[in-house]
Ligand binder design. Structure first.
Ligand code: SF4
Length: 453
């Protein structure tokens, strides 16, 4: 990169530090969900939902990674997972009864996330999969993705476990790697060995899984060299898809992060440089960039969807269009049905109590029903800015029957300073486009249109 380009990037990364900007995995972002939700609203919103994607949450992990902001619990006691899956099955059956349905038909996507779902034993996996999936019929094999998140560690993953997962129907596996560097792993309390991961990825491919990998930039003591070494190792394993998430350091909200010295977090300039060099490296190795932070091999369903403008920003990062609506099961799981966000109880104890009493285990005041203004901004932020990097004014005007320039007058005034800094261009009267550099700051462009932040 030329000297003046570096200086420009340094200025921009300091002016537009992403540290406190939402990832826009939803709009409004979950910290703004304050509506009291109940069973009646759940049933009502489901009645307008078409074929939701199903999500099952498994909170137990072998140990806690200090950077992690997921809803998880730490235990090596297999009995705890026995108790958990009993409640998960009960919640699943309760929801079927509440919705007066015998099951879910033509399901195109089902995902097990966590926590660490691969921390379950073979018997537990078999038991909970069969207990729930006897009420689920899947769409044709080619159209379905049945996916699972995994910690790539031989303590949790064996050939037998992978084979069982494949035999019962899973076809996508997503390995959280983050970074292979030993010093970084020590600080974040992880222990991911390159040899083990290579072996596990190899077995997964041999069994026919589509392999996805999650990496992270902005970790403590991480620099361009560490990330580049990790990426090269990952590229040599040829995953179908890589998600490169940014680490968000919020020690006040996530107590475990207090174990990480704040001074070890790379500054905004280094983070932008890492994001840029990651992009260059993946493109150089034949990957296609989807949205803000995903890289896929050509032919991957996400690549096909991206070329047809059918990618959506969601809690999984980026997905194909038909994952827009989803129903979550388990501790802290989120559902988006009709126009409503529902969040399951965040305390595992409260979740067990509610399920045992045959109540819908949702947090009372942690939901949200989209207003027309939310829907409009949701499309603008999550679809146009975060996926397509361009705002199509007439598209929004036609769909929502508004005059864009008067509806968004204050926002357009604020956007002028981003235009002056070269992050967006006003191409013609109809389109606002994020520039090549502006794409690194897409979340800042989105924030201009966020009514809540
Ligand atoms: S990163 Fe994954 S394995 Fe680590 S604590 Fe979080 S959910 Fe568990």
């Amino acid at each position: 990169m030329k000297h003046h380009e570096l200086l420009e990037l340094e200025y921009l990364s300091k002016t537009y530090d992403e540290a406190n900007i939402p990832l826009y995995l939803s709009y409004p972002v979950s910290s703004w969900w304050k509506t009291r939700m109940d069973e009646r609203m759940f049933v009502n919103e489901y009645s307008t939902t078409d074929n939701p994607f199903l999500y099952f949450h498994f909170p137990y992990c072998r140990k806690a990674c200090f950077y992690c902001a997921c809803y998880k619990a730490v235990s090596d006691d297999k009995h705890k997972n026995d108790i958990y899956i009993q409640h998960l099955e009960k919640e699943f059956l309760h929801k079927l009864a509440l919705l007066e349905i015998s099951g879910f038909k033509d399901v195109k996507h089902l995902h097990w996330g966590g926590g660490t779902p691969t921390h379950l034993s073979l018997t537990q996996i078999d038991k909970i999969f069969n207990a729930t999936c006897r009420h689920i019929s899947f769409a044709h094999e080619d159209a379905s993705s049945i996916s699972i998140e995994a910690y790539p560690d031989e303590k949790d993953i064996s050939y037998e476990k992978l084979k069982l997962l494949k035999d019962i129907g899973f076809n996508e596996i997503s390995f959280g790697i983050q970074d292979f560097d030993k010093r970084i792993q020590k600080v974040i309390n992880r222990d991911t060995q390159e040899n083990s991961v290579r072996k596990i990825v190899g077995m997964s491919k041999e069994l026919g899984f589509r392999v996805h990998v999650d990496l992270c930039y902005g970790l403590p003591f991480q620099g361009q060299n560490e990330l580049e070494n990790t990426m090269k190792t990952v590229i040599s394993m040829e995953p179908d898809r890589v998600a490169l998430f940014t680490y968000a350091h919020y020690p006040l909200s996530f107590p475990l992060q207090r174990q990480i010295p704040s001074s070890s977090i790379p500054n905004s300039f280094i983070r932008v440089l890492m994001s840029k060099s990651a992009q260059d490296l993946f493109l150089e190795h034949g990957y296609h960039k989807v949205g803000y932070d995903h890289f896929v091999k050509k032919g991957n369903s996400l690549h096909q969807a991206d070329t047809g403008k059918k990618v959506v920003r969601d809690f999984m990062g980026y997905s194909v269009e038909n994952r827009k609506q989803f129903m979550g099961f388990g501790h802290a799981a989120i559902s988006f049905l009709g126009k409503g966000f529902f969040q399951n109880l965040l305390s595992l104890e409260d979740y067990y109590t509610a399920v045992s009493e045959s109540r819908l285990p949702i947090e009372g005041k942690m939901g949200h029903i989209l207003s027309q203004d939310d829907e409009l901004r949701n499309k603008l932020i999550q679809q146009q800015i975060m996926c397509e990097f361009a705002i199509n004014l007439s598209d929004i005007e036609n769909q929502f029957n508004i005059d864009f320039r008067s509806y968004f007058k204050p926002e357009l005034n604020r956007l002028d300073s981003l235009r002056d800094d070269g992050l967006v261009t006003y191409d013609d009267s109809n389109t606002i486009t994020l520039t090549k550099t502006g794409r690194y700051f897409a979340r800042h462009v989105a924030k201009v249109f966020d009514k809540y932040c």
